[in-house]
Design a protein around this ligand. Structure first.
Ligand code: PRP
Ligand code: URA
Length: 209
């Protein structure tokens, strides 16, 4: 069963409040999403493997740790996931970036895939799929399906706000994929929007309607 980690760090919660606020404009919304993505990346990388190396400090030889070169890739679900990529890359600048293009049909709420491009060596990489919203879970489940079909074996899912329905959908379809969220909200409304949520993440990030 997937584990669910809720990052209730005060800085994340503070910034999330202003992300949710309908009076926050596009520029500030984008900056806040970027900042929260960086803070979440710090937490999500807590279990990255390290190895010992020998170095010399100005005063002595020492054995210290470096990351052991695990191949990482970030995969935003287009389009709103793009808003989280730079924030993660600030901490993991050497990560590759794949893309999965999906939109949710407003009538059926089912995901429609229109683009997939992943880095090489899919089987050896650790993937972090990012999307601000996990609502019905249809988009996340489909994006993870896409990665697995192409050989991905090691996948984490990271989002800002999740509904219980979305968490359950990932747990049912992909019990091997752990879920990292900044807030677990109450429920979905009749249109599949998260309550209280933040509205339409893509529209708020890109200033569209
Ligand atoms: C939003 C969001 C997720 C999806 C979540 O994208 O960014 O990808 O909805 O909903 P679900 O869990 O019910 O699938 P949207 O379809 O609005 O596309 P966009 O990112 O292009 O705006
Ligand atoms: N997608 C969004 O952008 N917001 C929601 O609340 C649900 C799906």
């Amino acid at each position: 069963m997937s584990k669910v980690y809720v990052f209730d760090h005060p800085l994340i919660q503070h910034k999330l409040t202003y992300i949710r606020d309908k009076n926050t404009g596009t520029k500030e919304f984008r900056e806040l999403v970027d900042e929260v993505a960086t803070l979440m990346a710090f937490e999500i990388t807590r279990d990255m493997p390290v190895e010992d190396i020998e170095i010399e400090t100005p005063v002595t030889k020492a054995t210290t740790k470096v990351l052991s070169g695990k191949k990482l890739a970030i995969v935003p679900i287009l389009r709103a996931g793009i808003g989280m990529v730079d924030g993660v890359l600030k901490l993991i600048p050497a990560a590759k970036v794949g893309h999965v293009g999906l939109y949710r049909d407003p009538e059926t709420l089912k995901p429609v895939e229109y683009y997939v491009k992943l880095p090489a060596d899919v089987e050896e990489r650790e993937f972090i799929v990012v999307d601000p919203m996990l609502a019905t879970g249809g988009s996340a489940v489909e994006a993870i399906n896409s990665l697995k079909t192409r050989g991905a074996k090691n996948i984490k899912f990271m989002c800002l706000i999740a509904a219980p329905e979305g968490v359950e959908a990932i747990q049912q379809s992909h019990p091997d994929v752990d879920i990292y969220i900044a807030a677990l909200d109450e429920r979905l409304n009749d249109h599949g929007y998260i309550i209280p949520g933040l509205g339409d993440a893509g529209d708020r990030l890109f200033g569209t309607k």
